[in-house]
Design a protein around this ligand. Structure first.
Ligand code: ATP
Length: 315
């Protein structure tokens, strides 16, 4: 019986420009997505028949975080056919005309409903992994066509690294990856529904435009100061409007010395950049201290990780 292990890397949106809602409910986006070292571990094991799935808490420090300080247990996604990883396996088997027994074990280190694309990353890892395990010979474009039916971020999560993403998420242009700059993630103790966030976006009197071109130039020059200035996210205002308390975490990250703090996707996770590990460690420790002084509970969880790219996989 075959067995294979894949890493499903989290993503952040360095820039996310969301257009008007389309009649089919989707939104056109223009985004620069970036993978992080932090990831879930997805184990695929053949079994006699049927699909089963176990979703277990992972260990962020063994799964791409240099440091993790958190007191709040993150909720686990469902261990059944509602899990996007399960759906990916079913869709792939239908598309490839195979039906085999499979157990999926997910060691969850990416916080759920956090704007870090964890569900999409797991689904993409299943598509990549089963293609290898069963020698299906599908191209990454064919896998992306299967994945986009399950979730708009899955095509990016298949290739990972750094990419300019457009359409509803299906158009991926690889962008030269920046160095593995340190990233600090602050995950406030609230879950944000991406669908509800987009629905609230449609209620705004006008859309929030983000210019992605400055960020792309800054990335090509590997200029972290300019990258920090070029960060932008159309959805941040919407989530801050729904959860006004979140703004104090963003301010705390800025005060601790993060370069360019931004909410990722529909949030609520904020990320901040640092120039190198020494600076990143200093900022992280300052944040840990600031959070220790907070009286109100529950507290956010803090992750210290890095930008990640695997130059072998390209669309
Ligand atoms: P995105 O940024 O792509 O919108 P997110 O990071 O905000 O996603 P996810 O963690 O991917 O959110 O989860 C969103 C929803 O998907 C949750 O309701 C969760 O229960 C469900 N879900 C299904 N499968 C998974 C999975 N493998 N991991 C995480 N969430 C999953």
């Amino acid at each position: 019986m075959g067995r294979l292990v894949e890493t499903a890397h989290a993503k952040i949106n360095l820039a996310l420009d969301v257009g008007e809602g389309r009649p089919d409910g989707y939104h056109e986006i223009h985004s620069v997505m970036q993978s992080l070292e932090l990831g879930d571990i997805v184990v695929l094991e053949e079994r006699a028949a049927g699909v089963s799935l176990d979703c277990l808490p992972g260990d962020p420090v063994k799964q791409g975080a240099l440091q993790f300080v958190g007191s709040e247990p993150e909720p686990m996604p469902p261990s059944d056919c509602r899990n996007l990883a399960w759906q990916a396996a079913e869709h792939l088997m239908d598309a490839a005309g195979v039906r085999r027994g499979l157990n999926i074990t997910i060691r969850k280190a990416i916080p759920v409903s956090a704007g870090l694309g964890g569900g999409s990353a797991d689904a993409a890892a299943v598509l990549r992994g089963l293609n290898r395990l069963w020698n299906l010979g599908l191209t990454i474009q064919e896998l992306a066509a299967i994945g986009e039916k399950i979730g708009a971020d899955i095509p990016f999560c298949l290739s990972e690294g750094t990419a300019e993403v457009s359409g509803i998420g299906e158009k991926i242009e690889a962008v030269p990856s920046p160095p593995p700059w340190p990233v600090i993630l602050l995950k406030p103790p609230v879950a944000v529904s991406t669908a509800a966030c987009y629905a609230a976006y449609d209620e705004l009197p006008q859309r929030v435009a983000v210019d992605v071109s400055n960020l792309l130039t800054a990335l090509s020059e590997q200029n972290i100061q300019a990258v920090a200035k070029g960060l932008g996210n159309s959805l941040e205002a919407v989530t801050l409007q729904r959860f006004p308390d979140l703004i104090r975490w963003e301010e705390m990250m800025e005060n601790a010395g993060c370069l360019g703090v931004l909410m990722s996707g529909s949030g609520p996770t904020f990320f901040g950049l640092a120039r190198d590990l020494k600076e990143g460690t200093g900022v992280f420790m300052k944040l840990v201290d600031s959070i220790k002084q907070e009286q109100r509970r529950p507290l956010p969880n803090l992750y210290f990780t890095r930008l990640w790219s695997d130059r072998r996989v390209r669309l």
